[in-house]
Write a protein that binds this ligand. Structure first.
Ligand code: ADE
Length: 421
């Protein structure tokens, strides 16, 4: 059960809020526990004093003594995680809410509300595990941020929000904003509900909602795109192509490389992990393609499938092709749309695009996305100039060394585009 305690100079504010609506019902049904402690009950003087002037000037501060006594009364040191709302804190976002929800399950989450000008810093340094802010504005106290946090945590407590799906679809769940929603009447003084929502085509409704979610996120919160997992929002999915020709040799000449076994295993596993639809291994050399097929067959149909069923799932994605053009034709035929090719390179080029801009652009396309990776010393210039976009190199920050294996590059690129951080 989630256990939360609030230490405050205004207990009524918290009690009123948590007793109402969904939160109140969650507490009543025993799915979460919220207790409230009045700091004044822990003041020592006859006047129940809890605050005093700041040394050096600057208004009233909550004194450390009553706060310490309230905290010890609420939970012993080993059984508490202390959060403190303050405009100086880290921004409260969904991942932090999830972490604090976990903290409330493992220990008691204690929220200490500041008031007036804040809290004596010595209390914060000694007892507070995280300081959080709900925005770049200053409220009169931490009570509103505290109830905002409790409300957000309560949505994560199983059974508090009616339908699990409502929580899954919330804004921020895969790093994207939610789509717009409509209820009756279907015609509100001439403002109509989009037709697609009135029909029973669930696949069409799902695509409509994802497209709207993507549109909103791009226009209102472009900053969120960098961290969002966008695979579910792509209309035609993503493919990876590993080229063994035409690639550069060490001297920059056009050449053909040999297949590397590790590339088959590691890249297919990365593709499966991030939801890529197919992993093409392109080589003009027929015996090399035969070798890839033999290896893939071992893992998909042969003893390997029994030995390691997870590898089977990854290896199922592997497909050989003699040329890039052939692979792109195959994708176009399957998706009924021309692929959008994204070339990767470890070299600085004049046309390199920032990866967050490419990510944003991908959300607006109705074309299959194809990431091109080169073996050897990278994709040949012909491939770069023929692709829809060339991405800036992945940079590790060191000026004179940039030699990632292609397997590492695939992992990093897939994580930037499809991982959710
Ligand atoms: N206390 C006062 N203003 C605040 C804010 N914006 N976030 C968290 N705590 C606060």
């Amino acid at each position: 059960m989630a256990r939360i305690s609030v230490i405050t100079a205004f207990p009524g504010l918290i009690r009123d809020f948590v007793s109402a609506s969904v939160l109140g019902r969650g507490i009543a049904s025993g799915k979460l526990e919220v207790s409230v402690t009045d700091i004044r009950d822990h003041s020592s003087g006859a006047y129940r004093q809890i605050d005093d002037y700041a040394f050096g000037g600057g208004g009233m501060l909550l004194m450390p003594g009553p706060l310490e006594s309230a905290l010890d009364a609420v939970a012993p040191r080993g059984d508490r995680f202390v959060a403190c709302p303050t405009p100086q804190g880290v921004p409260l976002h969904q991942e932090l809410v999830e972490d604090l929800h976990k903290a409330s399950l493992a220990k008691r989450l204690v929220i200490v509300c500041g008031h007036y000008e804040g809290i004596d810093e010595r209390f914060v340094e000694r007892y507070v595990d995280v300081e959080f802010s709900i925005g770049d504005f200053v409220l009169t106290g931490g009570e509103l941020p505290a109830v905002a946090l409790i409300d957000a945590i309560s949505r994560l407590v199983k059974g508090v929000v009616g339908k699990e799906r409502a929580v899954e679809d919330d804004s921020f769940y895969s790093g994207m904003l939610d789509c717009p929603h409509y209820t009756r009447p279907a015609d509100f003084n001439g403002a109509l509900v989009p037709d697609v929502l009135l029909g029973g085509d669930h696949a069409a409704i799902d695509s409509f909602r994802k497209e709207e979610a993507a549109r909103r996120t791009i226009s209102r919160r472009p900053d969120m795109i960098a961290r969002a997992g966008i695979m579910p929002y792509l209309r035609k999915g993503a493919y990876v192509i590993l080229l063994h020709h035409p690639v550069r040799d060490r001297n920059g000449r056009k050449s053909t490389t040999a297949i590397t076994g590790l590339d088959l295993h590691d890249i297919s596993r990365a593709c499966k992990t991030y939801g890529v639809k197919k992993y093409f291994v392109v080589t003009p050399l027929a015996p090399q393609r035969e070798m890839v097929k033999k290896i893939a067959r071992h893992w998909v149909d042969g003893y390997g499938a029994e030995f390691n069923p997870d590898r089977k799932e990854a290896m199922k994605l592997v497909k050989t092709c003699p040329s890039l053009a052939g692979a792109l034709d195959w994708i176009e035929e399957r998706e009924k749309a021309r692929p959008f090719t994204i070339a990767t390179t470890a070299r600085q080029t004049d046309c390199g695009k920032n990866w967050t801009c490419v990510k944003r652009q991908m959300l607006e396309l109705s074309r299959p996305l194809v990431f091109l990776f080169g073996t050897g010393s990278g994709l040949h210039g012909d491939i770069l100039s023929g692709s829809s976009v060339v991405m800036n190199p992945i940079s590790g920050g060191s000026k004179d060394y940039n030699h990632l294996s292609v397997r590492s590059a695939v992992g990093i690129v897939l994580d930037r585009f499809f991982g959710f951080r």
